[in-house]
Ligand binder design. Sequence first.
Ligand code: FAD
Length: 695
Amino acid sequence: MESESQRSSSMSGVRKNNNDIAADLLTKEKNRLTAPTSGSGSGWSGPTSASSTGASDKWSVPSEQQQQQQGKEGGSTSTTAASLSEFADKVKTEVRNVGQKVESKLTGKTSSDTSTTRSSSSSSSSLGDKPTSSPATYTNEREVEQKSGVIGEERIKTSGAHRSIWQRTLPTAPSFPPLQRDIAMQEGCDTVIIGAGISGLTTAYELIRKGRDVVVIDARQIVGGETGRTSAHLAYYMDDTIEDLMKKHGIEQTRRIVESHFDAINSIETIVKRHNIDCDFERVNGYLIQHKKSADAEKNIDKEWDSIHKCGVYPEAKLIPSVGAIEGLNSGKAIMFPHQAQFHPTKYLYHLSKVLTDPNNEEIKQGAQASIGKCTIYGGTHIVKYQGGDGAYVQAKQGHKVFARNIVMATNVPLNLITMIDSVAPYRTYCISAEIPKSYRERHGSALFWDDVDPYHYVRLVRGDDAKSESDWLVIGGEDHIVGRDHGVAPAQRYANLEQWAKERWPIGAIVDRWSGQVEEPFDDIASIGRNPHDHSNVFIVTGDSGMGLTHGTIAGTLLSDLITKQASKYEKVYDPSRHNIRAAPEYITHNAVTQLQFARWLAPLHGDVNDIEDLPRCSGMVTRDGLKPVAVYKDKDGMVHKCSAVCTHLKGIVRWNDDEKSWDCPVHGSRFSPYGEVLNAPAKDPLPKCDPTK
Ligand SMILES: Cc1cc2nc3c(=O)[nH]c(=O)nc-3n(C[C@H](O)[C@H](O)[C@H](O)COP(=O)(O)OP(=O)(O)OC[C@H]3O[C@@H](n4cnc5c(N)ncnc54)[C@H](O)[C@@H]3O)c2cc1C
């Protein structure tokens, strides 16, 4: 079953650029959200001629209007998109007003009170000056979760309840101590990096090789974010298709984008070799295959092949009649891309963290531009405030500050309220790993696969321990949808869909792992890496990773370290977060209009939730109301009820319960909270306020 959100856009870069679909989506979403509350109408007057193409096809033939657009390199907003934009703005204003009015009635705050977080953040680069009244620390939260059994015994904690294959197969995880004192400017910290995923740790690595001292801080431990939940394809075939990239960026820029991902894989390979990292890095072929063998799908493959030629990228790619050697994978015409790669991400970064913090490491000096700087890593330290400019610092929830000349936010989603957040769409994507006989690898080797459907499937092999296990594992991913908007398709069904799809193609056995994670889809398909817009020039970000966050994160390492050390970078302009085309794409307008419609939940019944707390199963949650006030109720393993406000502390969306990963997810900008209200994913920085559990 294909959902509305799936058809609008996905991590696969489906990007149909189709304004008809956009308008249709808006109308449907509006109807869906407002239907149950007659009289809730707040005067919307959307486009009346919205037509549905019903197109589920990723590469559907472009409309006349699109064809005109294709002629213009870099993509420009069409007339329809402009009127849609006006409509989106109207919806935005109307719905936000409604949300604010309802909230001010409930809380007694005026609408100007409720909007202070936005305006204060735009006038200052700090995260806001409110005291951080967090009810519990991450450590306490973990204790509660361990006690309740919601999160298992695995060593690395990431942002969801399910354990990924990378968590399961990393025997020991590093543990860095929390920050327990201020670090003053005189101590010489050049750069403080918030976030110890691939982006943060690679940036730290490149900076210390350029002679800078860095401090890395993570709210959990290293790879505690999406890097611990990835599928770990290292591809320079772009998941948004060359056709789409050329439309949005033009030929020259597309070549540069491809080149930057190519460089990123080389750079990972160099680091692996330099430090002899045992992380199963291997070069593999990647295959773009048909979802289902058909004439239409074949046309799509041909079209992408033409685009590749027009752009002049991937000279070694081959159009092949079939990936026929693999039994079951009779997919018809496909494109083969040599020299892609794969690795084990947590093994890679665990080792890298050891290199970073070992002052006696000799290999790190190889080819370095200066004497090696120092790196200190702190775990379990949640940053709630930062300030750029002279005397720049970051401040932890417990109050300690680190002063530094530069700040890098490698937090996946930056800790600011508005500057970047509306240029990405947060998606949840699902993975399973299944046993596959070792004989399969012996016969066919490893390879990466992606298909042409929206959302696309992504597949790779992971080596089992040759001495200990009978099988390898096949990791299959897909089923993406916008965070908090699953359109009625339960995660269990999504995992089952992945299993079924894979079974039809590969000789898989039992399912071993199931997990999901979050990706931030930028509207022009590439990450934002560089100076934080509208901020001091010493504040840097990396975000909008899309399904290519491992290579984007590695590009960030080189690019940000170049910017910080004032060296030229050929990729500075490409990834500049202030570039204009992020917001020129029709997807931007559509997504933001639909996003604003989520505020209508303030007025609608809270669908899909259990009616009575008594009926709520243990280890699950529901949104209910106390009077009119939305309340997030979680019943733990022991039957104890915990209540928080269900109003996201970012921009007041109403959270939804994610029963699969045991979190509260906000459908507005993708903030996520633990069952007890602690922040799991930005942009929210404050927890959900606690409510009295007895009421
Ligand atoms: C299921 C799935 C499959 C994927 N497949 C691929 C793939 O095949 N190839 C690919 O290239 N990419 C893939 N991606 C994307 C890729 O994994 C991510 O984009 C990438 O790992 C993000 O790295 P990061 O370092 O930017 O963010 P993260 O790994 O999320 O690191 C951010 C860190 O910041 C910390 N943090 C956040 N807020 C704070 C705060 N306030 N204070 C302190 N610390 C904070 C977090 O704890 C976290 O550790 C996939 C993603 C998912 C979920």
